[in-house]
Design a protein around this ligand. Structure first.
Ligand code: ZN
Length: 192
């Protein structure tokens, strides 16, 4: 099942998401499958549950398509090899390394891309679909995708990281998105 993507302006994108209760009546396997399907349908590389209107600590990522096909290319990023994962009840424990800029976008904020600075490495604790706990370090693009999706669980959007001048310049465009003024080939849900 493909969910509509919640657009900028919906208060659910500003909430801190609570942990998933595995004992609750929730078909987690189906939900995760639907989230991957929704992410692929909108050509995203990551999708967090609040973006489909569900405030829980869950996000999925698949950065494999972003990678350069040639392993010898300078653009090849080893962090993205096999980087298709589910993060359940994730908590970032530490971020480290030099901050670097990358032009980010977001399925909930279509038509806007901007350079965001983030630390190079992230140490994150999370559960997989089977309920096993992991504590792993990620870097490069993999770390960035995690940091962006994790922000969604904290009610933070990539535009929040921009300098105030840039934020002011984007104000009208963001207000337009909230009102439904978007041109995308995937389904979206608007608060107003
Ligand atoms: Zn996003």
């Amino acid at each position: 099942m493909i969910y509509p993507i919640v657009a900028y302006g919906d208060p659910i994108l500003r909430k801190v998401a609570p942990p998933i209760d595995r004992s609750a009546d929730l078909d987690l396997k189906k939900l995760v499958g639907d989230m991957f399907e929704t992410m692929y349908a909108s050509a995203g590389v990551g999708l967090a549950a609040p973006q489909i209107g569900l405030s829980v600590r869950l996000f999925v990522v698949d950065g494999t398509a972003l990678n350069d096909e040639d392993p010898k290319s300078d653009d090849f990023d080893p962090s993205l090899v096999g980087f298709r994962k589910v993060f359940i009840n994730a908590e970032i424990l530490d971020e480290d390394g030099k901050e670097w800029a990358y032009e980010e976008g977001c399925l909930s904020i279509p038509g806007i891309r901007a350079d965001v600075y983030r630390p190079k490495q992230v140490l994150i604790q999370y559960e997989d679909l089977e309920g096993n706990e992991h504590t792993d370090t990620f870097e490069g693009m993999a770390a960035r995708i995690i940091q962006h999706e994790y922000d969604h669980l904290e009610g933070v959007l990539f535009t929040d990281h921009l300098p105030s001048l840039k934020k002011r310049l984007l104000k009208n465009k963001l207000a337009g998105i909230a009102k439904g003024d978007v041109d995308v080939d995937y389904k979206m849900k608007f608060a107003h």
